[in-house]
Design a binder for this molecule. Structure first.
Ligand code: MF3
Ligand code: CO
Length: 258
């Protein structure tokens, strides 16, 4: 069941999105070679609590940390650890969620650690572009498949792989609501998008194939072929005026449709 949000509820999600955006910006500044992923997690949790919000990942189905930190061939859900020291040449995906005043926000980005290969930089750039292509299709009257089609078309035009086993999702009072938002699909197919829907769009794009596997820790997902993966996610609202990226306050889509 898809839960539509009214204007007051959307305002609360805007506030949660704005706070998460601010915290993600601060996280970018502490990510560097020599830092442990546990230290980045501790910083994130401290920032979230300082602003009277709740880390939504912590204890979610037993997840032990407040963020996910996924390196190179790790796709998502890497668990921050004192034993993982960031090394130049890697790419790191950071995924974080919070609850403010009962309302959720969820966002992720991938950054290079120091100098990285040109193909990894291109992977990060295209993954972000895939998000924006998908998000600009999130218009009242369109369908879920229009989002996935837009993401997949751009990724595959660059010869990149689109992870299929994990998807975006509706979001609101719960982190995961209907509908599921795949990063692949057929234009014109799937559930109808309506103003008042709030969804997380989160392309996971690889330098190789789409197949993934779960590690023995029960969380970390890696690419099957060992290729590097990037992840980029925002919480968005479908509004009468077009898509609004709640975790990127002030962002405007260019071009006609929004
Ligand atoms: N942010 C992830 C998502 O987009 C969820 C993280 S799983 C958790 O669905 F266990 F870490 F919370
Ligand atoms: Co998400």
């Amino acid at each position: 069941m898809i839960i539509l949000k009214n204007a007051q509820q959307l305002d609360k999600m805007r506030a949660a999105g704005r706070l998460l955006h601010d915290i993600m910006q601060r996280l970018r500044e502490v990510i560097k070679a020599g830092e442990t992923t546990a230290a980045i997690d501790a910083f994130a949790e401290e920032q979230i609590r300082r602003h009277k919000a709740i880390p939504s990942f912590l204890n979610y189905r037993g997840y032990p940390k407040s963020i996910c930190t996924s390196l190179d061939d790790e796709v998502v859900h890497g668990i921050p650890s004192d034993a993982v020291v960031l090394q130049e040449g890697s790419i790191l995906s950071v995924d974080c969620g919070l609850i403010l005043d009962g309302w959720q926000a969820d966002s992720a980005f991938t950054v290079p650690i120091g100098q990285v290969s040109a193909d990894k930089l291109e992977l990060i750039r295209v993954t972000e572009a895939c998000f924006f292509e998908g998000a600009r299709a999130a218009i009242d009257g369109n369908r879920i498949g229009d989002i996935g089609h837009a993401v997949q078309a751009l990724a595959e035009s660059h010869g990149l792989g689109v992870v299929r086993d994990l998807t975006g999702h509706g979001i609101g009072r719960s982190m995961h609501e209907d509908p599921s938002v795949p990063n692949f699909g057929t234009a014109g197919h799937g559930a109808r998008l309506r103003a008042g829907m709030t969804i997380a769009i989160e392309p996971m794009i690889t330098l190789g194939g789409w197949r993934v596997m779960e590690m023995d820790d029960g969380w970390t997902i890696k690419t099957m072929d060992g290729s590097a993966c990037a992840h980029y996610e925002h919480t968005i609202a479908v509004t009468p005026d077009g898509p609004e990226v709640l975790t990127l306050p002030g962002f405007r889509f260019d071009g006609g449709q929004a």
